[in-house]
Design a protein around this ligand. Structure first.
Ligand code: 3EB
Length: 336
């Protein structure tokens, strides 16, 4: 049995309001950021409580060149079309037995839902936790999350997909997990400058983080880039120096793209999210990015707490082809 070809998929930042973007044909997901983002009963809409650190705050829109269906399955909200699946869960950790049990539950729930779908290959995961650095040593919220996540992933994941885990400033117990899956597997990519996260030594916690540095999406549709920070080997570099951390992060992103077989260089089709721990650093980070990135590279600066306390900035994003394939998706739903 041959799987049908995957429709073109892309992610872009759009400044239109939420109802209009949800009306665009092919909209698989619509992520809004910060307290100002609209809430919607539409299962494709998610509000992430990361405060924007820039004036114009776009939505993140996932689009496929195909018809989309969507709905709810208990706590899981989902949308599917063209061989791609968006699935999301939000829960209150206290109502699910605490940080570890809640993470395990979220992954089991999303995992079981996705395993029963034709789009069963998970490519890319986002995890947003409240108070991510609360708690000391192995009690730190992020470390406990890692333990629960690994247990919840175990039945469903043979290999780890790309991921981001960031602390939000919303309700401390709010856990949000959402992912992108497809009918065909992607290919995980590791960074030669970095120890693979699942091999991090014990000093970072009892359960190593379970993610790949990037995932090549099936159908040669693009590259999903995990949260990337100033980690070389397994160690944090440039503690206390946010601009040196940013430069190290960009060096990591260059090496990662090379490892994925791509010429490095972001463009209009490669939206980046930049998580900044200290809002006071946003201006300097934005200026350094203007110096280092082409002006057409879409970027979204958000206040987010990085999982290690000494990390001050982290970047995640995408590479999509900006040529004909990308153009096919860019045209979807455009009313301009
Ligand atoms: C790092 O390189 C930075 O736990 O899912 C980046 C991306 C990081 C994903 C995760 C953590 C995660 O280790 C932290």
């Amino acid at each position: 049995m041959t799987a049908p070809a995957l429709a073109p998929f892309a992610v872009r930042y759009r400044s239109d309001d939420a109802p209009r973007l949800l009306d665009d044909p092919g909209t698989l997901a619509l992520i809004g950021f910060g307290a100002g983002a609209a809430t919607s009963a539409d299962p494709r809409a998610l509000r992430v409580p990361l405060a924007p650190l820039q004036d114009a705050v776009p939505h993140e829109q996932w689009v496929v060149d195909a018809a989309v269906s969507y709905g709810r399955d208990g706590a899981v909200r989902w949308a599917a079309g063209g061989g791609w699946l968006y699935a999301a869960i939000e829960l209150d950790e206290a109502a699910h037995g605490g940080a570890e049990a809640a993470a395990e539950y979220a992954y089991r729930r999303l995992g079981a839902f996705t395993a029963a779908r034709p789009e069963r290959h998970v490519q890319r995961i986002w995890n947003y936790l409240g108070a991510i650095n609360a708690g000391e040593g192995d009690d730190e919220h992020y470390r406990r999350f890692c333990s629960g996540r690994a247990r919840g992933m175990a039945p469903y994941f043979a290999a780890y997909p790309a991921a981001t885990a960031i602390g939000h400033g919303g309700a401390p117990g709010l856990l949000q997990v959402y992912w992108l899956a497809a009918t065909a597997p992607g290919v995980a990519v590791e960074n030669p400058r970095q120890v693979s996260a699942w091999r991090y030594p014990r000093q970072y916690g009892p359960t190593a983080p379970t993610f790949a540095r990037a995932e090549r999406l099936p159908g040669e549709t693009g590259l999903a880039i995990s949260g990337t920070a100033a980690v070389v080997g397994h160690a944090t570099r440039h503690a206390g120096d946010v601009l040196a951390q940013l430069d190290e992060t960009l060096a990591n992103l260059d090496a990662l793209q090379a490892a994925a077989g791509l010429a490095s260089g972001f463009d209009a089709a490669s939206p980046l999210k930049v998580y900044v721990r200290e809002p006071r650093d946003a201006r300097a980070i934005a200026a350094r990015l203007r110096a280092r990135l082409a002006p057409e590279v879409p970027r979204l600066l958000l206040q987010g707490d990085i999982c290690r306390r000494d990390l001050l900035v982290e970047i995640d994003g995408w590479r999509f082809e900006s040529g004909e394939r990308g153009a096919a998706v860019k045209g979807v739903g455009s009313r301009e």
